[in-house]
Design a binder for this molecule. Structure first.
Ligand code: ADP
Ligand code: MG
Length: 357
């Protein structure tokens, strides 16, 4: 098993360049906060730690363009840099042939696994407390294969593609993750009682891979029961391994239990490239430009990115500042607070300043 994610190439005297895809809705304002927090830390620490050696390459994708020029450019940029930080690119169109740019990016870069580590913040008044669940989701196939057609008038067929190859590598990822991180149990979530061939294959492969990890408990659960169990008794879950659409649903259920769309960050991994983004992948169109979006999820994504690039010290300083801000009760209204996005960011900056003084 390989599965050690390659560290991207450093450019220009040890500095990393990261592709920044702001996307639509609240994406651009959240990216602004990321830059504010990463660049001041460079200023505060310029003598002590020589700053965060990261530069951003901004790439805009116009989701309404008829061609894929922007998308191709973004893919080229990520191939060059190895790493991207991403907001959600809106694809509201329900017209056939208009690809979701988000799905196209993940498929084209073969980012076959999405990892969402869902840990409760003690300072957030959430529906469930002390949750620590890792969701490992197949990220490139299943219901997201984008193969739909109208076979005869009034009859639509949509292909759900499950392959041996991708089921095996996502299962291996989940068990390796569990082993390396001292996790005790992996639960495969599926609907193999109905989709006997497709989900059946996914389940069967996870059972086969589980045999290589005798120290890790393996069980499985039907997706509908899983949603109920997550809401009523989430503490039974450790690592959840699942297909693409179930992963999207389960991720949103757990984020909801922990405090909503504005907190957690997710990682999209392949063998060569990594994209960091907010865990629930929302656009937040209705709250854009109002200074009310919770900036934490995108800032957590930036912290994950710094850690991935090996900038552990800077990641920790920012992480601590975020945690202090949340635990102090500086909350945007999605968390029941009255703080603006700006208030949250200013408080984080204040803690960074204190920590690096
Ligand atoms: P989608 O992109 O799936 O259409 P939305 O963008 O509508 O989803 O987001 C879903 C919900 O989550 C909305 O109520 C939105 O306001 C909220 N939301 C998303 N991101 C944030 C955030 N960063 N801070 C606060 N609320 C958010
Ligand atoms: Mg949206």
């Amino acid at each position: 098993i390989k599965k050690v994610m390659p560290i991207p190439k450093a450019h220009y005297g040890g500095r990393h360049t990261v592709t920044m895809l702001p996307g639509a809705g609240i994406g651009p304002e959240l990216m602004g906060y990321v830059k504010e927090i990463i660049f001041p830390i460079s200023l505060f620490q310029v003598f002590k730690y020589a700053g965060v050696p990261v530069d951003f390459e901004d790439v805009e994708i116009d989701p309404n363009a008829d061609d894929n020029v922007d998308l191709d450019y973004a893919i080229t940029s990520i191939r060059r840099n190895g790493v991207a930080l991403k907001g959600n690119i809106e694809t509201r169109s329900t017209e056939a042939g208009v690809l979701s740019r988000n799905v196209a990016l993940r498929n084209e870069l073969d980012l076959y696994v999405n990892v969402l580590h869902c840990v409760s913040y003690p300072g957030v008044n959430s529906r469930q407390k002390n949750i620590d669940i890792v969701i490992v989701r197949q990220n490139t196939e299943g219901e997201y294969s984008m193969l739909e057609h109208e076979s005869v008038y009034g009859v639509i067929e949509s292909m759900k593609v499950i392959t041996n190859f991708n089921s095996e590598r996502v299962a291996r990822y989940a068990f390796e993750y569990a082993k390396r991180n001292g996790r005790k149990k992996v639960t495969t979530v599926h609907k193999a009682n109905i989709m006997k061939l497709s989900d059946g294959l996914f389940l069967e492969i996870s059972r086969r891979v589980a045999k290589d990890y005798p120290d890790i408990i393996h069980n499985d659960m039907i997706i509908d029961n899983c949603c109920m169990q997550l809401v009523s008794n989430p503490h039974q879950f450790d690592v959840v391994l699942t297909t693409n659409l179930y992963g999207a649903i389960v991720s949103n259920v757990v984020c909801g239990l922990l405090g909503g769309a504005g907190l957690l960050a997710g990682k999209n991994y392949g063998d060569h490239y990594t994209i960091f983004e907010p865990g629930t992948r929302n656009t937040g169109t209705s709250i854009a430009g109002k200074n009310i979006a919770n900036p934490i999820a995108m800032l957590n994504a930036a912290v994950d990115m710094l850690r991935h690039l090996g900038h552990k010290h800077h990641a920790t300083v920012i992480q601590n500042a975020i945690n202090k801000t949340i635990n102090q009760g500086i909350h945007t209204r999605d968390l029941g607070g009255t703080a603006t996005s700006r208030d949250v960011v200013d408080n984080i900056l204040k803690h960074i300043k204190i920590a690096t003084a």
